[in-house]
Design a binder for this molecule. Structure first.
Ligand code: ATP
Ligand code: MG
Length: 577
């Protein structure tokens, strides 16, 4: 991107679309753009995916090999009699077969839906049922522990393909051997002539605010994946890219698989979970140039200190981006100290399918801001009515905020390629996401005079105290600036006078005592920085704050527990299920 304003002026989705290859016989298919296009060109022998196994083993797959493997899987689905548009689920760790299954499914014209492997039987059943799963790819261990017991309740699940040892699989009734079927399948397949609007992916939301929703996406989404990979993540063919998200969440698919492959880069996949030394080691040893990660991980690295980062040779690294949760300014600044560069926050959600608001390489980073809308995306801030719904003008349009800094709901003009096309089985809920010609994101933001967006909070989490609208993130960010604070989560408590009052849950860094003195100090610290109207009235020390598996704080759970209300859906809770 030369500079933001020029890029915005010049950008058009038609041109972004024209950069794609398209299927030889017409039509559009994500896997063709991600794999076959490169396999047929000079990039064929470039490593597409480099898998780092839990025990240090490395497996590289070139674009040419990935074409053959994904062709095989498409043939497997064909042989099994799976129909176009039917759902193929995966429940697995980050192993090569997961990626092959994802892309092979898209080639076959069926719909891919990834599940996070740490889910328990109940969330798995819910999602398989809602998605009307026809095929499930998983492992013997996961199958035994979590799926076998569900089989008779899921009569539509015709095929379970297990990735593992032949002998072990042979002992399990009602399943098929993934590798055996792949061995029998031909390694050449003509991609089904999918149309741009054919359904390709089914992604469940993180369940932060309630029951997860199944958002559907179409092949056309690849236009946005590729464009954002280039514009926001600045990916070029020679890059080594590491997206740390699991494909069980939309980030791990849109940016862990599709975007980097469409741009012909080498994508690193780590099978293991977070570990500071391991992660720094990967950045160094793999020569990662572009790194896409999340605030929680960055905060954990920050906690052990920038000196640790300096022990590694991270000279290849040239761009760091973050998504999923608000990125507190302190982390952006710490990035400079640890890596010599700012962390670039960006914002999007399962429903948007790709990055919508971002800090770009060519633009000054304002720590704490999510940045500016993607070229091609029109974003605005809309007023809410007393019930929290969109405030409508007489002519049915949305009432947008007029002055900079006035908080309101972030709304986007529909029509970008990776926009979700529905919530599976919830037509009405989908319709309610649109009003006055805009898509309502459910997140509250402010926009400053230069057009940078600042996250205030999720619509459901925002606190109203004595006429003030308080975003939990602002309060949490301030608490995180205190040397003793490791994690903070903030909710509104009912208050007879003010409507709501702010309560903070604080987890301390090692070496700090959760005593009265520290509580008073933190209350005073927050008060000085935020003012009495916004600062927490109450602080409770906790061992940790509840997060879901994609790392987001589940404030609704804290609130339910505080008020003695039912906890609601906790299927995505970290350490739960
Ligand atoms: P559910 O919709 O089921 O409650 P969820 O909204 O957490 O779950 P996702 O689609 O995975 O599910 O997450 C998107 C949300 O994450 C956004 O709507 C926003 O609230 C939050 N988010 C993502 N990126 C950022 C960011 N950079 N800054 C602040 N919040 C972010
Ligand atoms: Mg959401």
């Amino acid at each position: 991107m030369p500079d933001y304003d020029t890029a915005r002026e010049r950008f058009s989705w038609q041109e972004a679309r024209a950069e794609l290859a398209g299927l030889p016989g017409g039509g559009l298919n994500i896997a063709h753009e991600a794999v076959d296009r490169h396999a047929a060109g000079p990039g064929a022998d470039v490593v597409a995916l480099r898998f780092l196994g839990k025990r240090g083993e490395v497996r590289e797959i070139t674009y040419a090999e990935l074409k053959r493997e994904t062709d095989r899987f498409a043939n497997v689905l064909q042989t099994l009699g799976v129909e176009r548009g039917e759902r193929v689920f995966a429940l697995s760790g980050r192993v090569p077969e997961l990626y092959v299954a994802a892309l092979g499914t898209l080639k076959h014209g069926s719909v891919f839906s990834p599940l996070f492997s740490a889910f328990g039987p109940e969330p798995i059943e819910q999602r398989l049922r809602l998605g009307d799963a026809r095929v499930l790819v998983t492992t013997p261990a996961l199958y035994r522990r979590k799926v076998a017991q569900l089989r008779e309740r899921l009569p539509g699940l015709a095929h379970v393909l297990l990735v593992g040892e032949e002998a072990e699989i042979a002992d399990i009734p009602g399943v098929e051997d993934f590798r055996r079927l792949m061995g029998l399948a031909d390694d050449s397949y003509e991609i089904v002539a999918t149309a741009a609007e054919d359904m390709a992916l089914l992604h469940f939301t993180s369940g932060t605010t309630g029951m997860p929703k199944g958002a559907t996406h179409v092949h056309e989404a690849v236009v946005a994946h590729r464009a954002t990979g280039r514009i926001v993540l600045d990916l070029h063919p020679e890059d080594v890219f590491w997206c740390t998200a699991d494909p069980g969440w939309v980030t791990g698919t849109s940016y862990g698989i599709i975007a980097p492959l469409t741009l012909g880069v080498t994508a690193v996949v780590d099978e293991a979970e977070f570990d500071a030394d391991r992660w720094y080691g990967i950045l160094q040893d793999q020569g990662v140039t572009v790194w896409y990660t999340a605030p929680t991980a960055l905060r954990m690295l920050m906690r052990i200190g920038a000196e640790v980062a300096h022990e590694y040779d991270l000279s290849a690294l040239r761009f760091i981006a973050s998504v999923g949760e608000p990125l507190n300014p302190e982390v952006v600044v710490w990035g400079e100290e640890a890596f010599g560069m700012a962390v670039h926050d960006n914002w999007w959600q399962t429903e948007t399918g790709g990055i919508m608001i971002a800090n770009y390489r060519a633009m000054e980073v304002r720590p704490g801001s999510m940045g500016r809308p993607l070229p091609g995306i029109e974003a605005a801030v809309a007023r809410r009515d007393a019930e929290g719904g969109p405030a409508l003008r007489g002519d049915g349009g949305l009432e947008l905020t007029e002055s900079p800094e006035e908080p309101g709901e972030l709304v986007l003009r529909p029509g970008w390629p990776s926009m979700f096309r529905g919530y599976l089985g919830e037509e009405e809920r989908y319709r309610r996401c649109f009003a006055g010609g805009w898509y309502l994101t459910g997140d509250l933001v402010r926009r400053d005079a230069e057009g940078y967006f600042w996250f205030v909070g999720r619509g459901d989490d925002v606190i109203k105290a004595a006429g003030h609208l308080i975003g939990p993130f602002e309060v949490e960010s301030t608490l995180l600036e205190h040397a003793a604070v490791a994690e903070a989560a903030v909710i509104g408590m009912p208050d007879q006078v003010a409507g709501e009052s702010v309560k903070a849950f604080v987890a301390l860094k090692p070496g700090h005592e959760p005593d009265e003195e520290l509580r008073r100090e933190l209350l005073g610290f927050a008060r000085r920085k935020l003012g009495p109207a916004v600062a927490p009235r109450e602080i409770e020390f906790v061992a940790g704050v509840p997060r879901n598996r994609s790392g987001k704080i589940m404030r609704r759970l804290l609130k339910a527990r505080e008020l003695g209300l039912p906890e609601g859906d906790v299927s995505t809770l970290e350490g739960g299920s």
